[in-house]
Design a protein around this ligand. Structure first.
Ligand code: CP3
Length: 335
């Protein structure tokens, strides 16, 4: 049986839109917060039984059409030679960031060895829910990873990595390229372990000028996404007005943030399947409003090649009832 999500990713007309939410396995779920009281972030991610339990929390609550493996885009930093942790109240911290142009290439580890816990997690998911729902893998994109690797953590408007690009363009190019090679290997590794669909989160790449995106990042997105053995979704925020660049990545599905008008996106992208794009903050409105706005997204997208999602991740205090209303709106449709 081919999962509904995979059929939509291939551009088929579906009887209803498949639905999942970015960051669905996270802090908006009370049980998640309980589990996190017992395990550090990396410990939770790197212990397959714990990561499996967390991944399945939203499945038990909402039965979405896909479960996204509980992990983080930063895990891949390890085979790239970086150490990181999550600091509460601060966010991710990279302990040994890129110091200068000479430091752009580091000895690389092995994806299969350093990230074997991801393979085990996916194996668990295939066994437990693989016949009922699609399993979604993911990786961070080269620019988003580079932003953390250069700044050492979150940074205002990604100033440090954009400055690095201006001062050391060739080192910037080789840093991104080294990241892209490992990301591509990592996504194939996930497909080998049963991911049905994979999403590339290059969330921050939209802060680059259009010319820089096209010169430095687009070719790498193409390299990563072309000829993957499973359907792919590309997600970059702040790309309204330049969706043609995302179309050119060759991803099977273009992810849309909430600042994109769905009907306009359909016009620009033609037959290219799309994912999105309810404003995550709309889930803080009344339930009727959530249903009505969700319905508007579904109607604007039309019946072919649409995966319903938010325009970015679920926020931490989002009411469970709103997420349920969002999922149920998709599930109530039959056409
Ligand atoms: O979607 C999912 O449910 C799957 C898991 C997932 C997480 N992070 C879990 C997580 C995914 C796909 C990500 C992606 C991610 N992580 C991105 C790109 C996508 C995006 O959100 O736009 C980025 C930039 C990161 C890096 C990262 N990790 C950030 C910015 C944070 C939040 C830091 C904070 O304190 O607010 C994390 C931590 C993180 N990743 C949490 C979860 C559930 C929260 C951990 C916790 O506090 O328990």
């Amino acid at each position: 049986m081919t999962h509904l999500l995979v059929r939509a990713a291939r551009g088929e007309r579906t009887e209803r839109p498949p639905v999942w939410l970015m960051r669905q396995a996270g802090r908006h779920i009370p049980e998640y917060r309980e589990i996190r009281a017992d395990y550090e972030f990396r410990e939770a991610i790197e212990t397959p039984e714990v990561a499996t339990r967390i991944t399945l929390l939203p499945w038990e609550l909402y039965e979405p059409d896909g479960v996204v493996m509980f992990s983080d885009i930063l895990t891949v930093l390890e085979p790239l030679g970086f150490d990181y942790h999550l600091e509460s109240g601060v966010g991710p911290v990279v302990e040994n960031p890129v110091e200068g142009p000479a430091d752009a290439e580091r000895p690389r580890g092995s994806v299969a060895e350093d990230l074997d816990f991801v393979g085990s997690l996916l194996d668990n998911l295939v066994e437990r829910v693989g016949s009922e729902t699609a399993i979604i893998g993911f990786a961070g994109g080269p620019f988003t990873l580079a932003s953390y690797a250069v700044a050492g953590g979150a940074s205002r408007n990604h100033g440090p990595v954009r400055r690095f690009r201006a001062r050391h363009p060739e080192a910037f190019r080789s840093l991104l390229s080294a990241f892209a090679d490992v990301v591509r290997e990592y996504l194939e590794y996930q497909a080998d372990h049963g991911a049905d669909v994979v999403q590339l989160f290059d969330t921050y790449a939209g802060v680059l000028s259009p010319a820089d995106y096209r010169e430095f990042v687009l070719p790498l997105h193409r390299e990563i996404l072309s000829d993957l053995s499973v359907p792919s979704i590309v997600f970059v925020r702040n790309m309204a007005g330049r969706l043609d660049s995302l179309d050119a990545t060759g991803a099977d599905v273009v992810g849309l943030d909430w600042t994109v008008d769905m009907a306009e996106a359909r016009e620009t992208l033609g037959d290219r399947p799309v994912q999105g794009n309810l404003d995550p903050q709309h889930l803080f409105g009344p339930t009727d409003f959530v249903r009505e706005r969700t319905r508007a997204v579904i109607d604007a997208a039309g019946p072919r090649g649409h995966i319903l999602n938010l325009g970015h991740g679920v926020d931490r205090d989002t009411p469970v009832e709103s997420v349920r209303a969002f999922v149920e709106t998709a599930k109530s449709i039959s056409r």
